[in-house]
Each structure stands twice: as structure tokens, then as C-alpha cells.
Design a protein around this ligand. Structure first.
Ligand code: FMN
Ligand code: ATP
Length: 263
């Protein structure tokens, strides 16, 4: 059984709520409206030996530091619909709401579309844009080239908030604030969730009832393009009718296998 199998239901189970109300606890039907209150309550109530709570606390303080160093016009969040940046977007939204309660403007989000994006990812980025009131800065093609265009078209942007974790490829040397490599267009990479584990990301998304891309409920555990990403084989099973199916991403018990659906 996966670690979070007994947690509250996923966002996509929402329609089941009327029939199963007695089995559902703490469901938040307005997680985005309540973002700042719930995130800060979590952070303020966590004990020193709570690794998850401390990681959320650290992410909030990195975001607060980012907002001290840069104005909202100088910041964008790297958002491609993946789980890590989905958790991060919620945190960023919460911290901005707490620091600027009257803020009505749109937060900037960078989305570099891959050559063959999943329609589910495209749809989810649009849903998130609307729910979180984002100004999407859209680019297509290679990430490095797109960052060059970002610099040329949006010269005010100095920092990109990212959902990178230490276990991501080529990321073990990163810190909360790390400039892009010397041969890349120069931006400050802000990495609030660097120390989060795979399980922490899912605990955050599911405990706070946040919307996430539907592919994760169909066995995908990390998202690339349609031509290089498939459901994680470790989540495969055959149901009682002999049909091949996949368990949801949050049930993956070995986090080192997170990218086993990517090639
Ligand atoms: C804003 C931004 C800045 C990046 N900066 C660097 C960099 O300085 N050096 C580098 O090798 N890759 C950089 N990357 C690429 C990422 O490390 C990573 O390869 C890319 O996000 C694809 O990740 P994935 O394979 O998990 O989908 C950057 C990506 C983004 C979105
Ligand atoms: N194409 C992109 N456009 C904008 N930001 C991106 C893009 N690719 C990566 N990023 C940034 O880099 C971070 C790390 O990417 P990574 O692929 O590890 O995580 P993810 O996409 O959030 O989740 P998953 O691993 O499940 O796909 C993202 O969270 C996001 O902030």
C-alpha cells in the first residue's frame, strides 16, 4: 500500500464527494482562496522534528526572501504543469497574498512548451492560469533558446522561481538561490523546494486538495513530452477483468524510480 493511500481524496475524485461524504475528511473546496491561511497555519504549527513541515517552512522563507530581493515585476515562476511546480505555484501564490494582501495584478509564469506536449498538460496549464490569475509568458522549443528570448522580450525579469529538487538530474549542487550556469542566459534560479522528497510533494498537493495534472492519476510520475514519457511501469497492475491499468503517482513507494517513465 502506498504511503498516502489513506489520505484525503484526489482532486479528480471530487465528483464522488456526494456519495462518499462520510469517508472524506478535511476536504477544501476552495483551496486557492484559502491558500495563505492554510499554508501559514501549516508552517506555524509544525514541530522541529517534522521534516515535511520544516521543508514547507523553508520553502516559504525562501519565497519571502525572494520577494524581499525582487519586485513582482522582476520575478516569474517556471510553470510547465508538472507536480513540483504545481506545489510551488500554490506556495508562491500564498506568500504573495500574505505579503501583498491587496494585490490584484497577475503573477508572471514562464511556460516553455515542448515539441509534443500532452493535451492534458496544456489543459492543466490553462486551468492553473485561470485559477491563479497568471500572466503566461509562452515560448516554444529548446529551454536555453527560450530563456534567451525571455531575456530579450521581458528585460525586467531577473529571477525564475523553480520546482527543482536535489534529486533531479544535474541538480545536486544547487542552492536556494543559484544563478543559471555561465553558458546560459543569466537569471537567478530560486529553488524553494530543493530539499523536498517525492512524498512531500504529494503530501502537500493532496493534503491541501490542490488541482494537479490528471496524468498523475494515470500512472505518470514525472512529465516530459508525449514522445519520451509513459506511465511508470512500477505502477502497472492487471484489474479483475484482465485490463492493464496504472495506479496513481502518489502511490509510488520507491521515490528513486520517479523518472522510470521517462526516456
Ligand atoms: C528557468 C530555467 C533555468 C535553467 N537553467 C539551467 C542551467 O543554468 N543549466 C542547465 O544545465 N540547465 C538549466 N535548465 C534546464 C533544467 O536543469 C532541466 O534540464 C530542464 O528543466 C528539463 O528538466 P526535466 O528533464 O526534468 O524535464 C534550466 C531550466 C529552466 C526552466
Ligand atoms: N518547460 C518548462 N517551462 C517552464 N518551467 C520549467 C520547464 N521545465 C522545467 N521547468 C521548471 O523546472 C522545474 C523542475 O522541472 P521538473 O521536470 O523536475 O519538475 P516538474 O516539471 O515540476 O515535475 P515532474 O518532474 O513531475 O515533471 C519545474 O518545476 C519548473 O519550475
Amino acid at each position: 500500500m502506498g504511503v498516502y493511500e489513506n489520505c484525503e481524496q484526489t482532486y479528480s475524485d471530487k465528483e464522488l464527494a456526494p456519495q462518499h461524504t462520510e469517508s472524506i475528511v478535511n476536504y477544501d473546496s476552495q483551496p486557492i482562496v484559502n491558500a495563505a491561511d492554510r499554508v501559514y497555519k501549516l508552517v506555524e504549527s509544525c514541530s522541529s522534528d517534522d521534516v515535511y513541515g520544516n521543508n514547507v517552512q523553508k520553502a516559504v522563507s525562501v519565497l519571502e526572501e525572494c520577494l524581499q530581493k525582487y519586485s513582482l515585476d522582476e520575478i516569474c515562476i517556471g510553470f510547465n504543469g508538472g507536480k513540483d511546480c504545481t506545489a510551488l505555484l500554490h506556495l508562491y501564490h500564498a506568500v504573495v497574498k500574505r505579503k501583498y494582501p491587496g494585490h490584484q495584478g497577475k503573477l508572471k509564469a514562464l511556460y516553455i512548451k515542448s515539441k509534443l506536449p500532452f493535451p492534458e498538460v496544456e489543459k492543466f496549464t490553462q486551468i492553473s492560469r485561470d485559477k491563479y490569475h497568471l500572466e503566461m509568458l509562452h515560448f516554444e522549443g529548446r529551454i536555453k533558446d527560450s530563456l534567451g528570448q525571455l531575456k530579450a522580450n521581458h528585460p525586467s525579469i531577473k529571477a525564475v522561481i523553480m520546482g527543482t529538487r536535489l534529486t533531479d538530474p544535474y541538480s545536486s549542487h544547487l542552492e536556494a538561490f543559484s544563478m543559471t550556469d555561465a553558458d546560459w542566459p543569466q537569471f537567478m534560479r530560486v529553488n524553494p523546494v530543493l530539499h523536498w522528497s517525492y512524498g512531500h510533494v504529494w503530501k502537500f498537493l493532496r493534503d491541501l486538495c490542490l488541482p494537479y495534472c490528471s496524468l498523475y492519476d494515470r500512472g505518470y510520475t514525472s512529465l516530459g513530452s508525449m514522445n519520451n514519457t509513459h506511465p511508470n511501469p512500477l505502477l502497472q497492475y492487471v484489474d479483475e477483468h484482465g485490463v492493464l491499468k496504472y495506479r496513481p503517482a502518489y502511490t509510488l513507494s520507491d521515490p528513486t524510480k520517479e523518472r522510470d517513465g521517462r526516456n
